[in-house]
Design a protein around this ligand. Structure first.
Ligand code: SF4
Length: 452
């Protein structure tokens, strides 16, 4: 009996939470499932035989959301097979998972076992758990892409784990120590997905800047990928400030395909708070990194960032320093996170600020974030914007321009011929963070939020 006997012909859907690494792993698990004869059902519907949830645990809110999505999937499909994998699965106990309705619980670095465990489950119908101590493992999870199924853009995971120890972050305990993938393996994967139509490559990792394969650094990897046929646009996922250096920026600028957008998490603009966060840089150093980024990628470069609000010990003055720094570097998109203590992290033992103060500051930070992104988006009105068409509905296409601003423009040919291709557009107006071209008549309710 073939080893995929029970999986063959079964339908499966994938629900993906969290970061771009999760999005990559969702695609790679789908590729592994289809290689075993299962049939992918787009859209994460509950009607599939199997539901695979790629979970997140970056904050306590993400934890609660993971549990909620798992329970909802179980209620929606009482007889189906339910797999939970990823960071929440890495931290959840088998009892908690089984109680929530999970059949197969798979942690990080071992998602490649999912198809075989499902094949066994169809025989035994008993609960399965597969986890390793990621903090001791140097293994690379053997899953990869043949094509993209869930996104027009191809997220390519090149690195996993993190060797830093920011005082508020639980990710190193969930994702383990820093490991990098062989660059030849990555380059051939990029060749596979571009040969199947992907035009935009987004390099991603947990600590992307930690990438190195022998003497091939992240810059070296970027240079090699920029020469792969079919790569029209190249991007990097979140990049820690200490990883932004001249070699990387110069390589990106010279590549001819790199999109001038960098997401560099600052987390705070106050040196005292940065010190107790153990971030390893000062506000002035971050501002210099932003200047250096502009020097290489142009004044129009989009520098987006993350800000944690209400970290223990953050005074009103410290918070103002954060807002001032965001204005000083003319940030674009700012992802605002109210501080969320993570069990087992050093900052969890620190005295917390009153909830009301955190909420009030979060509202002010969000207000500034909206103002900054709107003024950044407005810069692109009346200029040529090259947009990768991702969604095409009711005669209107939308996608990101090369500076990571969302543009809506009228459909001018067969919708399927548009998806995944790049178009030259000239937006006439900006509304908040989005750009609208003439003829892109649309119901503003349908405007997608500024997310992936
Ligand atoms: S660099 Fe810091 S915030 Fe980022 S994953 Fe590592 S420990 Fe967490």
């Amino acid at each position: 009996m073939p080893d995929n006997f029970h999986l063959s012909g079964k339908t499966f859907s994938v629900v993906t939470m969290g970061c771009r690494v999760n999005h990559y792993e969702a695609e790679a698990v789908a590729a592994a499932m289809e290689a075993k004869g299962a049939v992918f059902v787009p859209g994460g519907g509950a009607s599939a035989d199997i539901t695979i949830i790629v979970t997140c645990s970056v904050t306590s809110v993400a934890d609660a959301k993971s549990r909620k999505i798992v329970r909802r999937a179980r209620r929606a499909n009482p007889e189906g097979a339910l797999v939970a994998c990823g960071c929440w699965a890495q931290s959840a106990s088998s009892g908690e998972a089984a109680e929530a309705g999970v059949d197969i619980l798979v942690g990080n670095r071992v998602k490649s076992v999912i198809p075989d465990l499902l094949n066994e489950w169809y025989v035994t119908r008993k609960f399965y758990e597969k986890k390793i101590d990621v903090t001791k493992s140097e293994e690379w999870d053997n899953i990869s892409l043949d094509r993209t199924r869930m996104s027009t853009r191809a997220f390519i995971k090149v690195q996993d784990g993190c060797e830093r120890r920011c005082s508020y972050c639980a990710v190193p305990s969930l994702r383990g120590q820093c490991v990098s993938r062989g660059y030849e393996d990555i380059v051939s994967e990029v060749g596979r997905v571009t040969s199947r139509g992907a035009r935009e490559i987004v390099l991603t990792g947990i600590q992307l800047g930690g990438y190195s394969d022998g003497d091939v650094s992240l810059a070296g990897l970027l240079e090699r990928i920029s020469r792969v046929p079919g790569v029209l646009r190249l991007q990097m996922g979140s990049l820690e400030p200490f990883a932004v250096n001249e070699e990387l920026l110069r390589t990106a600028a010279d590549s001819g395909v790199f999109c001038p957008h960098l997401h560099i998490p600052v987390e705070s603009g106050d040196d005292g708070v940065l010190f107790s966060m153990r971030r390893g840089y000062t506000a002035a150093e971050f501002a210099r990194i932003a200047d250096m980024t502009r020097a290489y990628l142009g004044d129009d470069v989009h520098i987006s960032t993350d800000l944690i609000v209400g970290f223990p010990g953050e005074s009103e003055e410290a918070f103002s320093n954060s807002l001032e720094l965001l204005e000083k570097i003319s940030a674009g998109k700012v992802h605002v996170f109210p501080y969320s203590p993570r069990k087992g992290t050093p900052s969890a033992a620190m005295e917390r600020l009153p909830g009301a103060a955190v909420n009030e500051r979060t509202a002010r930070a969000l207000e500034l974030s909206e103002k900054l992104l709107s003024s950044y988006a407005a810069k692109w009105v009346g200029r040529e914007n090259r947009v990768l068409a991702e969604n095409v509905n009711d005669g209107v296409a939308s996608g990101w321009n090369r500076h990571y601003v969302r543009v809506y423009f009228p459909v001018n040919r067969d919708e399927n011929a548009m998806r995944g291709n790049e178009f030259s557009t000239e937006p006439k107006i900006s509304i908040g963070s989005i750009l609208l071209c003439e003829g892109a008549d649309m119901d503003m309710e349908k405007i997608a939020p500024y997310e992936e």
